[in-house]
Ligand binder design. Sequence first.
Ligand SMILES: O=C(CO)COP(=O)(O)O
Length: 139
Amino acid sequence: MTAFVKKTIALVAHDHMKAELVDWSRTHIETLKKHNLVATGTTGGLIAENLSLEVHRFKSGPLGGDQQIGALIAERKLDCLIFFWDPLNPAPHDPDVKALLRLCSVWNLPVACNRCTADLLITSPLFDSDEYLRKVPDY
Ligand SMILES: O=C(CO)COP(=O)(O)O
């Protein structure tokens, strides 16, 4: 019997990807409800507004929100990142985007950058299980 472990999940999407992330969140709302949700400002606002989910909102991405989520990773306070970044349009804060994705690799944090991977990640039996312990580097 595995015990339920509440996680902190970050939700982030670039402008052209926001509708997709809201739709994805609707699909997985029952799972998302069980966890703590954080998000960059605009993304979090849309999710809260459209789905009535409780979301802690950081600053908007271009104003430092990506970096705030990166800080959570470095402080080991985040368990998962769903980040629908836009592969077809340049972002003014591209260095922040890259830094956030880099920290996911540094800290072995599960990150999904497209809908299919996000589906697989959130429905994995390991996601909700206390039997799978993510190996966090001991820096
Ligand atoms: O820019 C973002 C991620 O890089 C997202 O920020 P917003 O959710 O504030 O639009």
